[in-house]
Design a protein around this ligand. Sequence first.
Ligand SMILES: Cc1cc2nc3c(=O)[nH]c(=O)nc-3n(C[C@H](O)[C@H](O)[C@H](O)COP(=O)(O)OP(=O)(O)OC[C@H]3O[C@@H](n4cnc5c(N)ncnc54)[C@H](O)[C@@H]3O)c2cc1C
Length: 392
Amino acid sequence: MRVIVVGAGIGGLTAALTLRRAGIDAQVFEQATELREVGAGIQISPNGTRILHRLGLAETLRKVAVRPVAVEVHRWDNGRVLTRQLLADVCERNFGAPYYHLHRADLLDVLAEALPKRTLHLDHRCVGLIQHADKVELKFHNGLTADADVVVGADGIHSTVRELILGPESPHFSGHVAYRGLVPAERLAHLGLEKSAFSWWGPDHHFVHYFVGAGGRYMNWVAIACGEWRIESWTARGEVADALKEFAGWHPQIGAIIGAADTTNRWALYDRDPLPRWTVGRVALMGDGAHAMLPYMAQGAVQSIEDAAVLAKCLERADVRDVGAALRRYEEIRRPRASRCQTGSRSNGVMYHLADGEEQRKRDSNLGAAATAPLPQNSWLYGHDVEAELDC
Ligand SMILES: Cc1cc2nc3c(=O)[nH]c(=O)nc-3n(C[C@H](O)[C@H](O)[C@H](O)COP(=O)(O)OP(=O)(O)OC[C@H]3O[C@@H](n4cnc5c(N)ncnc54)[C@H](O)[C@@H]3O)c2cc1C
């Protein structure tokens, strides 16, 4: 079987790896002229790392990842700890795989280097798609064409493949804006911070920071504020001073972390409602192309890794003349779980940003009560092994 994956993000590259492991000829076509990721961090929970480990990436990942000690939620003004849940060994013991903090570029490098170079075709922007009874034909902006038994749209939230099979539809603006920064860790040594994930919740804002890069070389921070700023490109240079202004009056640690950055980028945050379907004929969607979500469960990329694992398992057993049935099975397995993350991420956006008052006090006392290790509320997510489910 021959599969073309459109898009070489975390989802597309992982799909190429899982498909090739299943004995399928997978080729990746990417619009960019080089593989790039934004200079920022990413959290990969055990439901993603166990899949990456089975692809033989445990050793390379371990070298570039930070294994956080715990996750802590703090109150925005006085820094009171609302909950602390252990990760590291406790997480591995309970879920059988580590929780990792990574620099995005490191993760992309690990994935790309595990693929044979000849499978990656850069500078190929997909602009057209024709389904035939026995194959799919793709057209690229450079006039080239390619065909395969199956096409996978791993081309992100603006997915061209999705538009070509399901028609145009605009993503939903959340009303939230994210500033992101990366600070050399030595600049923040005076704060004496543990290698953990810290989340600070307050009215209409929240702030997240954790170490990334081999040995925790950088502090990655994300500052979310409510606002009507939205621009076509979604990502733009921001001003550190603007991010500082948004968090005026918050605990001094937040100002110290934001202020240590030389630059910041700004994202208008969009997501989509769960799609009614992810597949048409011989074409399937995955990753942000299928289930774009807000980053408030740290699951967008992890869910794309799960997609990649399930897709390969479904296609591995498929008859090349009837791939439609295998793709529908992939969609049936994946859609409920990814949709739950989409809606859960939206609800978290409301919960994190509650104004001080009765609802906030109730939230905080529930959080305190749930502080048993590790993250028991997430066992449906971190403890679930999508590959094992299909093996039996
Ligand atoms: C602030 C923030 C924090 C986040 N934190 C986390 C986190 O901690 N954990 C987590 O799991 N997720 C997180 N996410 C979500 C995560 O970044 C995304 O869900 C993930 O990167 C999506 O991967 P993807 O491969 O589906 O798409 P993308 O990374 O968008 O990759 C799509 C690729 O397709 C290419 N492409 C697009 N169109 C075409 C075309 N027509 N032809 C060819 N190629 C094309 C693009 O150039 C790109 O390389 C966060 C997101 C944000 C905004």
